[in-house]
Design a protein around this ligand. Structure first.
Ligand SMILES: *Cc1c(COP(=O)(O)O)cnc(C)c1O
Length: 220
């Protein structure tokens, strides 16, 4: 309990510290606590410490964990930060308040259909394959302008751009590139930065940081 609260405080303090030279307001950055693989007993102390925005990377896991937590703790926002299969779009739209992994026309169509059917518009980040890695999800940089136009035509609320930079090399240049792509395409939100690199992401304009292990400890 105390550990969770002090980790949360430390992450918030780091965000605030990086905001200063960047002349940003800490309130403009949404801290998403990524709770994947962690059970309710690990999540509750963070809720008790005031955290209200959480992230999961799998629909099934989130559906098993969050209805009960929401029931018990009231207003909580849940973000999907992982890859989404089109056949889970319906369930994702019902469960999540924001989706960070919209990256291809087939998923766009599935999400638009689900949102129409449920009468619920869920804001989506368009994920960009910022390192052009074949094994990773995300829209190719070259395809981004056309895909963003499709998203806008489908009347899906566009939350911004999201990326997961390549592992093992400096992330900052990729954050800077995502920020440039957002500016070039008239997009405001930037979902970037994880436990190891969120300070750089905040300096480079992140509006949403997705932080797991720095809040929950290592995943088992
Ligand atoms: C797991 C995950 C995170 C959080 O990762 P940490 O390194 O534990 O902070 C952020 N974004 C995505 C897409 C993830 O899958």
């Amino acid at each position: 309990m105390e550990k969770a609260a002090s980790r949360l405080e430390a992450v918030r303090a780091n965000i605030a510290r990086m905001c200063k030279p960047a002349r940003r307001a800490p309130a403009d950055i949404t801290l998403i606590a990524v709770s994947k693989t962690h059970g309710p007993e690990a999540i509750r102390p963070l809720i008790a410490a005031g955290q209200r925005v959480f992230g999961e990377n799998r629909v099934q896991e989130a559906a098993a964990k969050w209805p009960a937590l929401r029931e018990a703790h009231g207003e909580l926002a849940l973000h999907l930060v992982g890859q989404l299969q089109s056949n889970k779009a319906e369930e994702a739209v019902a469960l999540f308040d924001c989706i960070h992994s919209l990256d291809r026309p087939s998923l766009l169509a599935a999400l638009a259909r689900a949102m129409d059917r449920q009468g619920r518009r869920v804001p989506c980040f368009v994920q960009v394959n910022i390192g052009a890695e074949p094994q990773k999800g995300g829209c190719a940089i070259d395809a981004l302008p056309a895909f963003l136009a499709e998203v806008r035509r489908a009347e899906i609320p566009l939350a911004g751009l999201m990326c997961v930079p390549p592992a093992g090399i400096e992330a900052a240049p990729f954050f800077a590139l995502l920020a440039k792509l957002a500016a070039d395409n008239g997009v405001r939100g930037l979902s970037m930065g994880m436990s190891d690199d969120y300070e750089a992401a905040v300096m480079l304009g992140a509006t949403h940081v997705r932080i797991g292990s720095a809040l929950f400890g290592p995943r088992g």
